[in-house]
Each structure stands twice: as structure tokens, then as C-alpha cells.
Design a protein. Structure first.
Lengths: 462, 623
């Protein structure tokens, strides 16, 4: 096992890594994925919230930003975000691509250059539009509310195969991994194909740092705490905005690449809960059905989604204790929820502290707060229009679109990754995941991560 | 990770304040969820938990009204400046996070908390699951680590597990004895005295001594190393492979497993294929809180053992025959796997003419017949002083004829039938060979040389060409020898390739101790039989072909440990006198210093000190 050498090593088995790993093994290369999380599948995903939170995320559930105002949800599991997300697929619009171009100077951020890669991503998955036929009461409140206020909305597009809605499957379950292999996570798409072609994975292996050279050496520890190292001709960092930044900071790259860890964005999300005097059962059927599709919202930098969460998460949003808290929780089946996701403009940063500790600096500036406020006002209006009895603004911001830190760009000082997906100054290290995003697009990132990863494949293995 | 009892108390208090009984929902304490706390804590970064635990410990001393006040304040974090607000938000996530996660996770199988929110899920197809299981097995380098790992809990918690285990064994002893008897046919009393009792004794030793014996040991640091400190620690070796015999299938399983566990090792245990006690050991260990992936019981024969050795455990602990011991040592040698061997014996009992005949005879009978002679420390040579030989023999025959044989359930039988047919034929062979070569059989005439029900057979007129003179019988044969002076007794005792244990009987303790000192063996009982192995504060093991290594006592703990030595110096600018560069001047100083340090008298010490200081000064300057 000592110092085994592979053609390609990929750090992170989330959305990006498996696409590149699959390409590598299909080209006859030897490839190993190192993944800090556990390897679960349908039958073994932890189902109770106590176990799902602690076993599927870093930090034993959540990590916090520097002032504990944002709960950072960072998946730690084979399949990464694609295991725990809602699998929403959205191509970037002109606004997002133009802003990416503006901040990066990279030429391919335009609809015609991106299209073949989006198409390729779509071809690798089963993609379905969620049928309004199975919408639950939560979705109905959302859509009717938006309609009554004259705002546009549209059904969500989701990476799914057969959610068995007709059989009464409740998709809230899939927040801790889909139990029917409907959700098109990396596990059931690229990893499965790649394993069949000889891909190796080392799960529960946490990479600490890398050492560059003709062969790149990767150091880390397995779950027994054994210190191991692997060597690779080429290395792909695919452990997300925080993961990639941490590994590179730990490996001493900050001196050479000053933008490392900077320009960090999260699309901060805030849920608002509304209690009604009738049963809503927001947990039933498809968890989400619609998104706001309103140019006015887009222009003002926010979007709304109809969402819900399991009881522990709901309980943590309620700013009360004792019997008033219990009264609200007792009404959980009469609760609806809408969330606002902000297209954040204030760049955060991931910075090293002493003792290999890290801080996630992330705050909202005046513009971001304005966006949040506008979103809140509209959600209040929707709930009022639907006769909600009590409206509660969630007390905690949630950060789960973790982007940037290894920004792509043409300018040396403002970027970490070149337009060829190379780490600056290193022809044999590549990054193509959300960490290269130059700013917050305001659109769910996972489909674009897939497209960029496909694009990067041909540069990594020409 | 460990959870301080006071932290649990605080969680309980916070739960009562934050989650009172409401309508038909139970309160936090009524839901009785504290035992699940570790399901969260185990996955938290240890520093985060330590910080939170410290807060909890403080809160556990606060009255509920203060906790209620604090919980209300932290909900109003946005009224405070960012620095305090940040602290309050962290407290909120920590304190409310724990109680709300416990309460609302719907841990209870029946969903008492939110039954109306229980969601419906369909199942995946079996083909897909099998495919994924195969990928985990074949493609994940982590999967080979999955089935077995070293205990992740602290020594204190490991001790707690052994306490549980002891209680469970004490409580379930009837059931366990039934299982032992089903596998071995031994008498109820042999099951109790040979398996249950010594095991409880072994566990008691570990429970009371492990924390002290496994703690770091500070040792002296010599004068020449002034200013430095030294200690050693006992750390786990990794994975211990235990291969056990069929004679004490319960004791020989849990005794070494518990030692391996308490020293922090992962354990692979292979019982004899003749007495597997299928499922019993795993069940008891798991019930005691020893997690499934900290040990593995592998059933099978020698071939299975060979495969286990090939998997390169950190150490092999084998109890059994010399022949198998040699094979194991040979297989382990090229892989440099350390092996501890507890092999056979041909244990002598020397009876001097001054003893109480009745007591010594009863001791001899028990020593030869207990567990039907199937003990490595059974008496297989009874060496009697000539002046009492005839009268002693008479009592022996009387006592032997009183022995009752059978697999009883109430303690009414002395001996059980023998366990293993192959061993019965060894006994028959030894008996026949001895008779053919002129030995005289004194008891046990009823035996047909085939049946497993072998009585105690006493023989005399033994000569050195007989098989039973040199080979281990491992059955109830008791050959008698007579001696005229002590040298003759010592010769008979030592004239064997074995050296496991021996017993010497004499009123004259000086004489007994002299004889004992001359016997090449690992264990001695004086004026008693098979008793030295009964004290778990004494090490146990053999010399010559009876094995290598020591089990039990702190030697047993050490033999399952990596003993790691530490020498600690301060970080300073000081250059050591004995480091490069060497030169004639420094050489002279070092020579004088050496003479001073190891010479005699105060003058020498002075010489050492002066030259030591000179050497040090020199070393700093040449830098």
C-alpha cells in the first residue's frame, strides 16, 4: 500500500470528481478517488436525523462561519452533495454567464460554448420535470401565492429517474440519500460506471496536504488514523470550495497564489415557516415542485423556492423555547415553508489559523441584506395571501451552495485556476468543481459543476 | 468520545426547560433519550465537543431558572454586538442542538414524537444493492478496514465493558455452563471450576489493575542525562490473533480476548473446531458493549488458522499442542510476526515423605483427574518418596476408585468423559504401550480403551522407554515413580522436554523450596497442586518446549502491548558534548568524565562534574 502510484488521483467523490474519474478509467488510466466521507448506499444511508446529520456532514452536522450567523452544510459522504441535495438542474442564464466572464476573463462562459457540455451532462443522467400532478399543499401555497401576486414560477427540473410518486413515496427521505436510486447522484451515475471499469476509491480517507513534483504526493489519514501517502501523475482537486481551499492552504500555496481561499460565496438561504389552521403535510410527495421564475427577482438578486425540512431542522429554526416552542412544533403538520436564496455579492474567504484550523469568513453586506429583505417581504405577502396564522422567520442562515476559494481567471492576482483548469503554475494539478466559480451565480450550481467537469476532462486527459 | 456524567445531567436539565411536556407529547426527560447522545458526540470534532462539554459541566451545577434565563437570552442573540451575538449563537446551536436533535430525530421505533410525520419510502431493487455491496467490497480500499478495528474508546470505558462482561457472565452462568457441557461433555463442576471461576478471576484482575498497569510509567533518568525526563507507555500492538484449544473452550476464549481488548487491540479469535461454542462468545462480548468491529470470531480448522496468520496480525497468541505450536511459529517466522505459545506439559508432582498422606493423595488425584486430565498443567508424573510409597499408593487407589464419571447438571459427578476422540486414542496408546513394556495397572480396569468415558488409571513400574514417560498424555493416566533422595526426584521431574508447571509437597519448606529452585519449569505450587495458575497476579507460561512468553498479571498486559519508550529533552540552544565535531581535546574530557562517572568516591563525582561542565562549554564554543 505504501506510496502506491496512480495515473490520476481525484480528491473528493462529490459531483465533479466522479465525472473526471469515470473519464480517466474509460481512457484506460489507473485512477483512485480519495474521499473523506463514508460509503453508503440505498439500504445503509443513515435515516434518523441524529445519524444523518452527524454522519453525512463535516463538523458532526454543521460548521459555522466566523460569527456563527451561517450554518454551513458541507456534505462528507461518497457522492458528496449529490447524495444530500435536491438534485435541481438549472443551466446558467445570460446574466450568470456574463458576470462569470466579467470577473474571470475566461472566454467559455457564454451560452454557445457551454451548451455542448450542459448537453453532455444531461445525457449522462435521467432528467425529469417535476409534474404538478403530485404537488403537495406546501407547493400549492407557494404557487398560488406567487400567482396571486402576479409573479412567475415554473416547475423544477430534477435529476431523477422514478420517484414513485404514484406509490406515495415521500421524497423528504432523500435528504439523507435516496432509498430507491431515483435521484441521479454520482453514486448511481458516474461512480457506478467507473467502478465497473476498475476505478478504486478510498473512503473515510481525509487528505491533509499535497506535495508537488513530477509525481504529486498526497498525504492523509484513514479512519484508523494511519498516516498514508499516495502518488499520482496528475491530481484533480474536487473537494469543493472549502475542501480544496483547506488542502491547498495546508500545503503552503497561499504564498504563491494570493487569491487562494478568497472570493468565497454561499447563496445564503433563509427559511420562513408559516403555521396554518389546517393540515398541510409539507413532507409528503415531492419535497419541492416549483421555483420562482420571475425576472424582477432575478434582477434584484434573489429567488424563492418551496421547501421543507425534517423536524430537527425545523426545530432549530424556531426562536423560542418551552411551551410556545412546543406549540409550534406540535403544529408541524400544519406548517408550510418558503425559502429565499440570495445571490450574495460580498466575497467571503477561507483562511488558515494556527494549528491547521480554518475560519470561514462570510458576512452579508448592505446589498445582500437588501436582497434578503425583499425576499422576506414577498414571502410574508404570499403567506398572508394564503391566510397563514403565524409566520416565523428562521433564525439561522444556511450556506449549502459552497462556491469559490479557487477562482478561475486570467489575471494572476485575482485567480487560482487558469482557464485550462490548471492550478496556477502546476500543469499536473486540476480543479473543475464549484471552487472555481468566480462569483455567486444566483442559480443552483450542480449542473454547471457537471458541465465544467466534462469540459475539463479533455484537458486533463488529452 | 467520552461523555462526562455531569454533561449528561446538564443536557437533561436543558431538555426539561426547552422541551416540556405539551399536550400529548412527552417532555424531554419522559422521552428518555440521553443514552443516544453519543450518536451525535461521536462525530463532532473533538475540540468542539470538549468546549461544549465544559459549558455543559458548568451548567449542570446551575438551577433550572438560570438555564431557562440563559436559553432565553441566547434566542435574542441579534440584540447583542457581533462578538457576544456570535457566542450566543454558538451556544444556541450547541445546547438546543443537542436536546432538539435527540428529541425530534424520532429515535423511538414507534415514532412517539411525530408519528403523523413519518414518511413513506419504497425500496430499491435487490440487484442494485448487491452491485453496490460488491463495489464497496472490491473497489473501496477502506472496506478491508471495515470488519475489524481497534477499540476507539478510552481505557476507562474498556474497563467498564469488562465490568459489564463480568456481570453478564455471573448472571448467565447456568446458560453458559450448559453450552460448555454440550460442547465438551465435562462435569458441571469442571465447567464451573475450569471455565467460569478462573475467567471471573481473570476479569477481576483486569478490572482492578489495567488502569494502573497501562498508565505511562515514569522511570529514572541517569545523572549523565541531567535535565531530561524518561517514561514508557503501553500501547496496542494492532491486531492480536488468538488460537485456542478445546479443553477450556470458554475460559481460553474470553481470557485472552479480554486481555487483548483491554490493551486496546483488535482481536481475531479462532476457537477449536471441536468446541466452537458457536455464537456464545460474540453474543456475550456484544452484550457487554464491545463493538462488533473490535473483534472477530472465525470458526474453522487448521487451514483457517493458516489463512488468518497469512493476513499478518500484529501478534499470535496460541494455546495448544507442541506440534501445532511449531507449525505456527514456522509460518509466522518469515513474516516476523511475534508468537506467544502456551503449549503442553508433563507436569511432575513430588511428594516428600514428611507430608500428610491423605491430603497429598487427594491433591494428586484431583491434579491428575480434573477436567479428565485434559489440562496442560495436569499431573502426569507422581514422584513419591520411597518410605511412604506403598501407603501413599494405597490411598491413591482408594481415592481413584471413588471417582464418579458423567455429564451431570447438578455437580454430582467428579469427572466428565473426554472431549475429543483422537485424544482418547492417545490415552489408549500410552496405556497399551506401558503395559506391553512392563508397567502395572492399578486402577481403571473397566475401561475398554475405546470409550470416551476414561476413568483415572494409575500405573507403576514405569521405565524411560515408555511413551508416557516422555510424551504428554493429556488424559487421566497417572504414572507413579519412587525416589530415595531429592536429586533423584529432581532428575525425574526435569527429565522431560517440557517445563510448564510442577508441585512440591513437604512439611520442610526449606527442602521444598530447594527442590523447586532446581526444577526447570514456568510455575511452581508448593504443598498444593495446579494452584499457581489460579492467582492472576502471577505470570503464567512455560519454559523448554512448553512455550514462550508469559500470560496473566502485568506480564500478560505487556505481552499484548507495544512498549514505547520516551526520553524528553527541552528545546534549547545547548549543543550536546557528545555530538560532532570530535577532537582530541573533547576526547580527553569525555574520557575523564567517563572515569569520573563510573569511578568510586566523592572525588570521582567531582571529576565527573568538572569535566562534564568543561565538555559542555567546549561543545557550545565549537559550534
Amino acid at each position: 500500500m505504501k506510496d502506491q502510484t496512480f495515473d490520476i488521483i481525484v480528491i473528493g467523490a462529490g459531483v465533479s470528481g466522479p465525472i473526471i474519474a469515470h473519464h480517466a478509467v474509460s481512457q484506460g488510466k489507473s485512477c483512485l478517488i480519495l474521499e473523506a466521507g463514508k460509503f453508503f448506499y440505498t439500504q445503509t444511508f443513515p435515516r434518523k436525523e441524529i445519524d444523518a446529520n452527524s454522519q453525512l456532514y463535516w463538523g458532526g452536522g454543521i460548521e459555522l462561519n466566523h460569527n456563527a450567523s451561517l450554518a454551513v452544510l458541507r456534505p462528507k459522504v461518497v457522492g458528496g452533495g449529490s447524495i444530500v441535495n435536491q438534485a435541481l438542474l438549472d443551466r446558467f442564464d445570460d446574466i450568470a454567464l456574463e458576470d462569470f466572464t466579467k470577473d474571470s476573463g475566461v472566454s467559455f462562459f457564454n451560452p454557445s460554448s457551454m451548451k455542448p457540455w450542459y448537453d453532455k451532462s444531461e445525457a449522462g443522467l435521467s432528467v425529469q420535470k417535476i409534474s404538478p400532478e403530485y404537488q403537495n399543499q406546501n407547493a400549492r401555497i407557494f404557487s398560488e401565492g406567487l400567482a396571486s401576486l402576479g409573479y412567475q414560477f415554473s416547475p423544477l427540473t430534477r435529476a431523477q429517474k422514478n420517484c414513485q410518486s404514484l406509490a406515495g413515496n415521500d421524497c423528504i427521505n432523500c435528504l439523507s440519500g435516496c432509498s430507491i436510486n431515483s435521484k441521479q447522484s454520482s453514486l448511481v451515475t458516474y461512480l457506478r460506471k467507473a467502478f465497473a471499469q476498475g476505478l478504486k476509491i478510498y473512503s473515510e480517507f481525509e487528505v491533509s496536504h499535497i506535495k508537488t513534483g513530477e509525481l504529486i504526493q498526497i498525504f492523509g489519514t484513514n479512519k484508523k488514523g494511519e498516516h498514508l501517502s499516495f502518488k499520482a501523475k496528475k491530481l484533480v482537486l474536487a473537494s469543493g470550495a472549502i475542501g480544496n481551499s483547506k488542502i491547498l492552504l495546508n500545503s503552503g500555496f497561499k504564498n504563491k497564489i494570493p487569491a487562494l481561499g478568497e472570493f468565497f460565496y454561499t447563496h445564503p438561504q433563509y427559511m420562513i415557516l408559516a403555521e396554518f389552521n389546517k393540515e398541510i403535510h409539507s413532507h409528503e410527495g415531492p419535497l419541492q415542485t416549483y421555483k420562482s421564475d420571475e425576472p424582477y427577482f432575478r434582477k434584484n438578486g434573489f429567488k424563492l423556492e418551496n421547501v421543507f425540512a425534517p423536524p430537527v431542522a425545523i426545530s432549530m429554526l424556531l426562536p423560542s423555547i418551552g411551551s410556545s416552542f412546543m406549540k409550534s412544533m406540535n403544529n408541524i403538520s400544519k406548517m408550510a415553508s418558503i425559502e429565499v436564496a440570495i445571490r450574495d455579492t460580498e466575497p467571503g474567504a477561507i483562511r488558515a489559523k494556527a494549528n491547521k484550523q480554518f475560519v470561514i469568513y462570510k458576512k452579508l453586506n448592505q446589498e445582500d441584506l437588501k436582497r434578503k429583505k425583499m425576499g422576506f417581504e414577498i414571502i410574508h405577502k404570499i403567506f398572508h395571501a394564503q391566510n397563514a396564522q403565524k409566520i416565523t422567520e428562521g433564525s439561522l442562515g444556511i450556506a449549502l451552495h459552497l462556491m469559490g476559494g479557487c477562482r478561475i481567471g486570467t489575471e494572476y492576482n485575482k485567480s487560482v485556476v487558469t482557464p485550462d483548469f490548471n492550478l496556477q503554475g502546476h500543469q499536473n494539478i486540476f480543479i473543475a468543481d464549484s471552487s472555481i466559480f468566480p462569483n455567486a451565480p444566483g442559480i443552483n450550481p450542480s449542473f454547471t459543476i457537471m458541465a465544467l467537469s466534462h469540459m475539463a476532462c479533455s484537458r486533463i486527459i488529452p | 468520545m467520552t461523555i462526562h456524567p455531569r454533561a449528561l445531567k446538564a443536557i437533561s436539565k436543558i431538555g426539561e426547560v426547552s422541551i416540556p411536556r405539551f399536550s400529548n407529547l412527552p417532555s424531554f426527560s419522559e422521552a428518555n433519550l440521553l443514552e443516544h447522545t453519543h450518536r451525535m458526540i461521536d462525530y463532532m470534532p473533538s475540540k468542539d465537543w470538549q468546549d461544549l462539554q465544559n459549558v455543559l459541566i458548568i451548567l449542570s451545577y446551575c438551577p433550572k431558572i438560570i438555564i431557562s434565563f440563559l436559553l432565553r437570552i441566547i434566542q435574542r442573540h441579534h440584540f447583542f454586538p457581533d462578538l457576544i451575538g456570535s457566542l450566543l449563537r454558538q451556544l444556541n446551536l450547541g445546547l438546543n442542538g443537542i436536546v432538539r436533535t435527540l428529541y425530534f430525530s424520532d429515535i423511538d421505533k414507534d415514532g412517539i414524537i411525530y408519528s403523523e410525520l413519518k414518511w413513506k419510502t419504497q425500496n430499491s431493487t435487490i440487484d442494485e444493492d448487491i452491485q453496490m455491496q460488491n463495489f464497496i467490497q472490491n473497489n473501496d480500499l477502506n472496506s478491508h478496514l471495515h470488519d475489524l478495528e481497534q477499540p476507539t474508546i478510552s481505557l476507562q470505558e474498556r474497563v467498564l465493558c469488562l465490568k459489564n462482561l463480568k456481570e453478564i457472565i455471573l448472571h448467565d452462568q447456568e446458560k453458559i455452563m450448559n453450552e460448555i457441557q454440550r460442547a465438551t461433555k465435562k462435569s458441571r463442576s469442571d465447567a464451573l471450576l475450569g471455565d467460569i471461576f478462573p475467567l471471573l478471576d481473570h476479569l477481576t484482575y483486569l478490572i482492578h489493575n489495567s488502569e494502573k498497569k497501562l498508565a505511562p510509567h515514569k522511570v529514572k533518568t541517569p545523572l549523565a542525562m541531567m535535565g531530561k525526563s524518561s517514561w514508557y507507555t503501553l500501547e496496542p500492538l494492532g491486531t492480536i490473533l488468538i488460537i485456542s484449544p478445546w479443553n477450556y473452550p470458554f475460559y481460553q476464549a474470553i481470557a485472552p480476548i479480554s486481555t487483548s481488548f483491554i490493551t486496546g487491540n483488535a482481536t481475531i479469535y479462532k476457537p477449536s473446531e471441536h468446541t466452537p461454542l458457536q455464537g456464545l462468545i460474540e453474543g456475550l462480548l456484544e452484550k457487554a458493549g464491545i463493538a462488533k468491529n473490535w473483534f472477530k470470531v472465525v470458526y474453522g480448522d487448521g487451514e483457517v488458522a493458516q489463512k488468518l496468520i497469512d493476513s499478518q496480525p500484529s501478534k499470535i497468541f496460541f494455546t495448544g499442542s507442541v506440534a501445532t505450536g511449531k507449525k505456527i511459529l514456522a509460518q509466522a517466522a518469515p513474516m516476523l510476526i511475534p508468537v506467544e505459545l502456551e503449549l503442553g506439559g508433563k507436569d511432575p508432582m513430588i511428594v516428600c515423605g514428611d507430608v500428610d498422606l491423605n491430603r497429598a493423595a487427594k491433591g494428586a488425584i484431583w491434579g491428575a483427574a480434573t477436567n479428565s486430565g485434559q489440562s496442560c498443567t495436569s499431573v502426569e508424573k507422581l514422584i513419591i518418596e520411597k518410605n511412604i510409597y506403598e501407603s501413599f499408593k494405597k490411598i491413591l487407589i482408594e481415592e481413584a476408585n471413588k471417582i464418579t464419571i458423567g455429564t451431570d447438571r447438578d455437580g454430582s459427578c467428579d469427572m466428565g468423559p473426554m472431549i475429543h476422540e483422537a485424544q482418547v486414542s492417545v490415552v489408549a496408546k500410552h496405556l497399551e504401550d506401558a503395559i506391553n513394556k512392563g508397567a502395572k495397572q492399578l486402577t481403571g480396569f473397566s475401561w475398554d480403551k475405546k470409550s470416551c468415558t476414561v476413568p483415572l488409571i494409575i500405573l507403576e513400574n514405569i521405565t524411560s522407554d515408555m511413551l508416557l514417560y516422555s510424551e504428554e498424555t493429556f488424559g487421566p493416566l497417572l504414572p507413579l515413580y519412587s525416589f530415595e533422595n531429592d536429586h533423584e526426584a529432581i532428575f525425574y521431574a526435569n527429565d522431560s522436554e517440557f517445563g510448564l508447571s510442577a508441585s512440591i509437597w513437604s512439611q520442610d519448606l526449606k527442602r521444598a523450596n530447594f527442590i523447586a529452585s532446581q526444577i526447570k519449569t514456568g510455575n511452581i505450587s508448593i504443598n498444593n497442586v495446579m494452584l499457581s495458575e489460579g492467582n492472576h497476579y502471577l505470570p503464567f507460561g512455560g519454559t523448554k518446549k512448553s512455550g514462550m512468553g508469559r500470560f496473566k498479571s502485568h506480564f500478560g498486559l505487556e505481552s499484548f502491548s507495544n512498549i514505547k519508550s520516551y526520553l524528553q529533552d527541552k528545546n534549547s540552544k545547548k549543543i550536546e558534548g557528545h555530538w560532532y565535531p570530535y577532537n582530541p581535546e573533547k576526547f580527553k574530557l569525555m574520557q575523564k568524565m567517563t572515569q569520573g562517572l563510573y569511578g568510586k568516591g566523592i572525588k570521582s563525582f567531582f571529576k565527573f562534574a568538572v569535566n562534564g561542565i568543561r565538555l559542555e562549554n567546549k561543545a557550545q564554543k565549537t559550534n
